[in-house]
Each structure stands twice: as structure tokens, then as C-alpha cells.
Design a binder for this molecule. Structure first.
Ligand SMILES: Cc1cc2nc3c(=O)[nH]c(=O)nc-3n(C[C@H](O)[C@H](O)[C@H](O)COP(=O)(O)O)c2cc1C
Length: 312
């Protein structure tokens, strides 16, 4: 059974990656999970400098999901390289660094610094965080912004460049196309959906930031639809995510068009989820007599009438 997949030039042992912001910097889980057994780890989003993030409350549970407005709290790229990367290397983790900026120059600077750091496997460009005002999503919501960030980063690194798209747009496939045109090796989607919750007794917003990003099983069918739309629009690999909580959910994304998947919110429910994801995927391939997981990508079975209906 071959679980390996190819994301640009990067070969992953399996398609299951920990999603950014939901697995710390990876090292925090080293005593609970064999980090090398994951396809990869997308670490918490990094700016050039340290950030405090928003004040609490920053997380609210919602039906089948959660709402967060962490505000991209983080230790900054230099401390990450000095304090976290050596241990990730020792653990033989495949490290995808999620980078965030308020300007294109900041993304470029981060890409330069990380390209010189041993043990970084790929860069995921967070152009989609819905709960900070400056930068990020400002790029990810426009075709020209997406193109500009991706092509600027592309010029300064040989690492695989994976822009992470926001679902908070009307036509995600056109943003995917802009990323591909600018030289992205792959795209990842979705980041969280802009959302809000109010305590009716106090009439106060439940998050200090008023609005935040919705994740978890509640968003899964929308994310699957977006992966499907992007698969038809671009040739580069797609890393799909949004509410994956078991192997079946991961397989659904792959059949819709993802080459690999990320698992975020489910880590907060069950940090030991990883072995059941790998075993469940293996079991499915065995039952369906599919020797390579990569052969599943984009294999949703449509009749010619359904195809016509979808493209009309
Ligand atoms: C608490 C929290 C923090 C997150 N932080 C980041 C981040 O730093 N960078 C990023 O690109 N996405 C971040 N995300 C988004 C997730 O990586 C993922 O795209 C999203 O939650 C959907 O997947 P899920 O439903 O499996 O969680 C965060 C999500 C949560 C819940």
C-alpha cells in the first residue's frame, strides 16, 4: 500500500498533515505523537517578529465547530528557527512553515530567512487569516494581491510555495488560478470562515475581536465543494482541509480533488487521532483494491448528465 504523495517537489510519506494553528510548533506534541509518522506539520503562523495576538476570549465552541480569533499570536521567525526547528529536525518531522505578513516585503523576507534554515520542507503563505485587520487576507481576497505575493515569494525561494486560500470570497477557483499563474507549487484551502457569535443575555460578542474564523465539521461540505471547484480550475496539487475528523472525511477531500489534506480542529478533540487516520486510509485502499493513495485524487464519479449540469 503506497500512501506517499507529491506536493510539487516535496514527497510526503502520507497525505495527512497537521493544520497550522492547531498543532502548535509540533514539538509540543512530540511526547504524544510520533512526529515523523505524519505526512507533515504546518506550524503556527509566523511573522518576522513576536506577536501577542488578541486578548481572551479567543475561542468559542459552536455547533459542530469552533470560532477563534487568536490574532496570530506567535514567537516570530527567529525564535522559531533557534528554539523549535532543531527539535523538529531531531524528530524527523516534515516541516511546512506557515508565514504571515502585513506587506509583500515581509513575506519575501520571511521566505528568504526560512530558505536558509535547515529542516524547512515548504512554505505555506497565509494570505487568508480572517481575524487580523492588516495584511494577510487583504492579499488573499484579490486576484492581483494573490498574484503579487506569490510571485514575489516565488522569486526568492526554491522551497515549494503553497499559498493558503480563504473561503471568504465569491469565486475561490479564480484565486487558485491567480496563485498558479504566479508560480505556486500547490495551493492549500480552506482557512476559516468569517463568523460571529453573540451572548444574548449580555448582548456582547462572545469573542474579544467581535468576529473570528469558523472551523470544524460544520464547514466541511463547503470546503469539499471549494476543493472540487479548484481541482477543475488548476493543475497544481491541492492540499484540502476543513472539518476533517476521521479517515472517511480525509478521503472525501481527496476524491473531490485534494492530493493531501490537513487536520486542524479535530486535534483539540483528540490529539491521538493520527494513527486512526493513517489506518483508516490504509483500510479503505485495501477494501477498494487501490494500491496507491495518489490514484484517488479527483476521482469523484459523475455521470455525463451531472457533469453537464455542473458546468452549466
Ligand atoms: C485555533 C486556530 C488557529 C489557527 N491558526 C492558523 C494560522 O496560524 N495560520 C493559518 O494559516 N491557519 C490557521 N488556522 C486555520 C486552520 O489551519 C485550518 O485552515 C482551519 O481551521 C480549517 O480546518 P479544520 O476545520 O480542520 O480546523 C487556525 C485555526 C484554528 C482553529
Amino acid at each position: 500500500m503506497d500512501l506517499s504523495v507529491l506536493i510539487g517537489t516535496l514527497r510526503l510519506a502520507n497525505p495527512l498533515i497537521a493544520a497550522s494553528g492547531c498543532f502548535g510548533y509540533g514539538v509540543e506534541y512530540a511526547n504524544a505523537v510520533d512526529l515523523a509518522s505524519l505526512g507533515g506539520i504546518a506550524v503556527k503562523g509566523l511573522f518576522l517578529s513576536e506577536r501577542e495576538g488578541h486578548p481572551p476570549p479567543r475561542i468559542v465552541e459552536t455547533p459542530s465547530g469552533m470560532l477563534n480569533a487568536i490574532g496570530l499570536q506567535g514567537i516570530g521567525v527567529h525564535r522559531f528557527i533557534a528554539e523549535k526547528l532543531p527539535e523538529l529536525r531531531r524528530q524527523r518531522a516534515v516541516v511546512v512553515v506557515n508565514i504571515c505578513g502585513t506587506t509583500i516585503d515581509e513575506y519575501v523576507e520571511l521566505a528568504r530567512i526560512l530558505s536558509d534554515a535547515a529542516g524547512v520542507a515548504a512554505l505555506e503563505l497565509n494570505i487568508s487569516c480572517p481575524n487580523i485587520k492588516e495584511g494577510g487576507i487583504t492579499f488573499g481576497c484579490s486576484l492581483t494581491g494573490t498574484h503579487a505575493v506569490v510571485s514575489a515569494v516565488r522569486k526568492v525561494t526554491r522551497l515549494p510555495v503553497i499559498p493558503k486560500l480563504t473561503p471568504n470570497v465569491t469565486d475561490v477557483a479564480s484565486i487558485a488560478r491567480a496563485a498558479e499563474d504566479a508560480g505556486a507549487d500547490a495551493i492549500s484551502l480552506v482557512n476559516t470562515f468569517l463568523a460571529m457569535a453573540i451572548d444574548v443575555e449580555t448582548r456582547r460578542p462572545r469573542l474579544s475581536n467581535i468576529v473570528g474564523g469558523l472551523s470544524g465539521p460544520a464547514i466541511r461540505p463547503i470546503a469539499v465543494r471549494m476543493v472540487y471547484e479548484c481541482r477543475k480550475a488548476v493543475k497544481i496539487p491541492i492540499v484540502g482541509m476543513g472539518g476533517i475528523a476521521c479517515a472517511t472525511d480525509a478521503l472525501e477531500f481527496m476524491i473531490a480533488g485534494a492530493t493531501a489534506v490537513q487536520v486542524g480542529t479535530a486535534n483539540f478533540v483528540d490529539p491521538f487521532i493520527w494513527s486512526s487516520l493513517v489506518e483508516g486510509t490504509r483500510d479503505y485502499l485495501r477494501r477498494h483494491d487501490i494500491p496507491r493513495v495518489a490514484a484517488l485524487t479527483g476521482t469523484v464519479d459523475l455521470t455525463s448528465r451531472e457533469k453537464q449540469w455542473i458546468s452549466s
